[in-house]
Design a protein around this ligand. Structure first.
Ligand code: ADP
Ligand code: MG
Length: 886
């Protein structure tokens, strides 16, 4: 490997590299951060370090080819026809790839510069994680976001595009919320300006630093206008300089990656921060919204809710759950559509059956717009839009249609002409590859039909020739065959070969193999020419039709994306309806006050997990209001505290995303920010300095929550020693109650905290119930009012299988401790003396340790000599003046 690296470094300094190496290095310089796929015939070859890296990622053989600077050149290659699979693995492995194609034929090269001339090659595309359109490289049920972050005029903005569907959004962000935004999107690639402060903030696996010039807001405005063919951007929104810079950086990168061919991009949608519930990265992780703690989709809320039947529906659902709404009317619109489908099973089933049969038109259009469209993509557009038209006809007849449905239906109109054209033009299931033809239907083009007839006739004539030759030669095993080298030819077993070798046999010898001999014949040659010629013309004609049809579809891209969006919205609503029916969920209602009233609430993921073990989930109520906004939940370990906290957060999130919720009744005031934190020791698996993380996350809540927020704090303070932890938990509860005044559920195992009820009016005590029965602990998972009577720690230990003698020993230690507590007043004894207001505490905190005082305290006056005493006076004076200065 080291050897390969040096040879690459010394590249052009060498005496006489081959012309091919000169060309290779020139291409490599254009895309230094990419692996270079260098096209040679039927292979893409990689050299030097690229070859070493690719061979390792792909687990393919590393060979070498020739020498460069006196060392062998490492090389590996992948066949062109299988390149997609290899690309997928390289991209997954964190690489970018530049594709260098031959841009002229060997004949053209010869004509240009003589027989030795190297075929010209050019990079035609960069394949990067954020710029994919191929189905094989994408996950059908997830969006694939490319994000650009930029700053200008002191502002900061984030632009995001999924070019596989053309989705494009932009919005201002404050620097502290960038993480939250990235967590919402889960991008595949993040572009920032080289040397910008963002470089250090982004996961290096996603980061792509680009020249600062590509983020110029002025240039980007011009680029945007050209891209969308408008004279002013005002129609799309009033963009700040930072927003324009971010969009510009994104477009410049797409231009760079596509080598000038820009992919599908819809006009940018400006994201307003206040339009969505704010959920930071830690909360997303803790609530396992799109991924579970293990990082997989399985076990997440998304996986548990998702009943969509199309890829587009799954992608939209993921977006909905990542960004719940803050607009009651919009939420109710979504819910009304869900209800309309929820209440009518026949309607729901029919809609889903139709949707299930429709192809992914958004992704097909994405490829077409990126000039990578195939005949199959055209077929997908035809079937998708055709299906949408039928759906529209059926839905338009339905009674009491909700407003959102009426808003969606027009998107399915106006595609008639295009669908008709595609229907006439294409065969029922067109292929993904266009080079072999066979995708244009019969009857679409008379000239094409004639060419096909000619070639068909000739093929039939060839078949007839075979029978004729068998008869005239008397060789029953004679066959007419076709291959790429010889074309059509006559083949006979070797033992009959001699018979056709004679001069006047009418056959010309072409090839002798081990078992067979091959010949040509004039009549066969003539028919073969007809097949080849007509076939060639037919292919060209099909290719021309393909271009034209792709152009027609690309021209209609705005209307097609609108139809695709509408189909996805229907799928999401129908999926919610199905999920609600399955789980007995209910439609949430909304209030103007910051309340959270849940009856019979359940945790959908835990409930589903229990169901697989035939266990029943115990539903619980929650009732927060302005006057009773903070619930302190205690009770034994494993009692269901964490589950209860999260289920309420998830219900809030689902409700504002426009879903039914797992409860018998739910009513809430809109939540502007949702926070969920888990005490460190619950989360050791994350493998970070957990207590620090816990405190950083807690600090974020204390500075960001508003009276309309909902905060879930689970065992905060647990990651440190008992006294520290209790003290912090105490102070945090007080701050949430007094300063933030938001809705909050706080789970704790610190029994001492229950005393906060005495001084916090809007705080109430609750516990998860447990009972000891015949010496065994029974966890009821049922929430009750009031504090827990005891902690049941030993009972839990026993339940967990801690050996009996250890439990017995712990019991005797506990008895000692409890006796001690009675005598000294216990852990919480000092809490009675706490100042009533946190402010008073803060003043005490502010006092610095007094150096003067400690010096005096340490002093043994009797032991001083006169000289020591004089020095002491100087030192004390010095300390006093230092203290004054600081
Ligand atoms: P805690 O936070 O009090 O230690 P958890 O919320 O982690 O307890 O719950 C522990 C386990 O108890 C869960 O994994 C689940 O299997 C079960 N559980 C929790 N809540 C319920 C419930 N409401 N109904 C049934 N089982 C529950
Ligand atoms: Mg817990």
């Amino acid at each position: 490997m080291a050897k390969a690296r040096t040879s690459a470094k010394r590249s052009d300094a060498s005496s006489a590299p081959t012309p091919m190496m000169v060309q290779y290095f020139a291409l490599k310089r254009q895309a230094p951060d990419c692996l270079l796929f260098y096209r040679m015939g039927d292979f893409f070859e990689l050299f030097f370090d690229d070859a070493v890296a690719a061979a390792e990622t792909l687990d393919i053989a590393l060979t070498s080819r020739g020498e460069h600077d006196g060392a062998p050149v490492p090389m590996c290659g992948v066949p062109v026809h299988a390149a997609e699979g290899y690309l997928a693995r390289l991209i997954k492995g964190g690489h970018r790839v530049a594709i260098a194609e031959q841009v002229e034929t060997p004949a053209e090269a010869k004509a240009r510069g003589g027989s030795k001339t190297l075929v010209a090659r050019d990079i035609v595309r960069l394949v990067t994680a954020g710029t994919l359109t191929e189905d094989a490289l994408l996950d059908a049920r997830s969006s694939n976001w490319l994000v650009a972050i930029a700053e200008a005029s002191g502002g900061c903005a984030l632009a995001a595009a999924d070019i596989s569907t053309g989705t494009f959004e932009v919005g201002e962000v404050v620097a502290s919320e960038i993480d939250a935004e990235l967590a919402r999107l889960g991008p595949s690639e993040v572009i920032v300006a080289e040397g910008s402060p963002f470089e250090a903030m982004i996961d290096p696996a996603l980061l792509c630093a680009r020249p600062t010039a590509s983020f110029d807001s002025g240039k980007s405005e011009a680029a945007l206008k050209t891209l969308f063919g408008v004279a002013t951007l005002d129609g799309f929104g009033d963009f700040s300089r930072a927003e324009r810079a971010a969009m510009g950086g994104l477009i410049a990168y797409l231009d760079h990656a596509g080598r000038g061919a820009l992919p599908l991009l819809r006009p940018p949608v400006q994201r307003r921060r206040a339009a969505h519930m704010l959920i930071d990265a830690a909360t997303r992780e803790s609530l396992e919204i799109a991924r579970s703690q293990s990082g997989s989709r399985a076990g997440s809320l998304l996986a548990c809710v998702d009943r969509s039947v199309t890829g587009a529906g799954a992608r939209l659902l993921a977006a909905d759950l990542s960004a719940p709404l803050m607009d009651r009317a919009a939420i109710d619109d979504r819910l009304a559509l869900v209800q309309w489908l929820h209440d009518d099973e026949g309607r729901r089933i029919a809609l889903r059956d139709t949707l299930r049969s429709l192809p992914d038109i958004a992704r097909a259009l994405g490829r077409i717009a990126a000039s990578r469209g195939s005949p199959r993509d055209l077929g997908a557009i035809r079937d998708g839009l055709g299906g949408a038209r039928l759906l529209r006809e059926r839905l338009a007849l339905a009674a009491d249609r909700p407003a959102l449905l009426d808003a969606l239906l027009p998107a399915f109109d106006g595609h008639g002409a295009l669908v008709d054209t595609l229907t006439r033009a294409l065969v029922p299931s067109p292929p993904t590859e266009s080079q072999n033809g066979g995708f244009i239907a019969e009857g679409y083009d008379a000239a094409l039909d004639a060419l096909r007839a000619t070639s068909g006739d000739a093929r039939r004539a060839i078949a007839a020739l075979e029978a004729g030759y068998r008869e005239t030669t008397g060789i029953a095993s004679l066959k007419i065959k076709h291959n790429a080298v010889l074309g059509y030819h006559v083949e006979v077993p070797a033992k009959h070969g001699d018979r056709l070798m004679v001069a006047d046999s009418g056959f010309t010898h072409r090839q002798t193999l081990a078992g067979v001999v091959r010949f040509n014949a004039p009549a066969l040659h003539e028919e073969a020419m007809k097949v080849a010629q007509a076939g060639g013309h037919a292919l060209a004609a099909e290719q021309a039709h393909l271009e034209e049809l792709l152009g027609e579809v690309a021209a209609a891209k705005d209307r097609i994306t609108a139809a695709a969006d509408a189909l996805a919205r229907l799928d999401v609503a129908a999926g919610h309806a199905v999920r609600a029916v399955e789980g007995g969920w209910t439609r949430p209602g909304f209030a103007d006050t910051p309340c959270l009233e849940i009856e019979g609430g359940r945790h959908p993921v835990v409930e589903a997990a229990l169901a697989t073990r035939n266990e029943r989930f115990v539903a619980n109520d929650c009732g927060l209001s302005r006057e009773n906004r903070l619930w302190l939940v205690s009770g034994p370990n494993m009692g269901g505290k964490s589950t209860f906290l999260r289920q309420n957060a998830l219900i809030v999130l689902l409700a504002q995303a426009g879903s039914y919720v797992p409860a018998t009744r739910a009513r809430l005031g809109l939540v502007d920010r949702l926070f969920s934190r888990v005490g460190a020791s619950d989360n050791l698996a994350r493998g970070r300095s957990t207590f620090m993380v816990e405190m950083v996350e807690t600090a974020a809540i204390l500075t960001q929550a508003t009276p309309n927020s909902f905060v879930v704090l689970d065992e905060v303070g647990r990651g440190t020693s008992t006294y520290d932890g209790l003290a912090l938990a105490w102070a945090v509860v007080e701050a949430v109650h007094d300063d933030l005044a938001c809705r909050c559920l706080f789970a704790t195992h610190y029994h001492e905290l229950t005393r906060l009820a005495e001084r916090c009016d809007a705080l109430s005590l609750h516990h998860v119930r447990a009972r000891e029965w015949k010496g065994d602990l029974v966890l009821l998972h049922e929430l009750a009012d009031g504090p827990a009577d005891r902690s049941y720690g030993l009972a839990v230990a026993k339940l967990a299988g801690v050996p009996p003698h250890v439990v017995a020993r712990a019991k005797s230690v506990l008895a000692k401790l409890e006796a001690g507590r009675e005598k000294t007043g216990g852990l919480a004894a000092g809490l009675d003396d706490l100042p009533l207001f946190a402010a008073a505490l803060a003043e005490v905190e502010d006092e610095k340790p007094d150096a003067l005082r400690s010096e005096l305290a340490a002093l043994d006056a009797d032991a001083l000599t006169p000289r020591d005493a004089l020095e002491l006076v100087y030192r004390l004076k010095q300390l006093a003046s230092e203290a004054d200065a600081s």
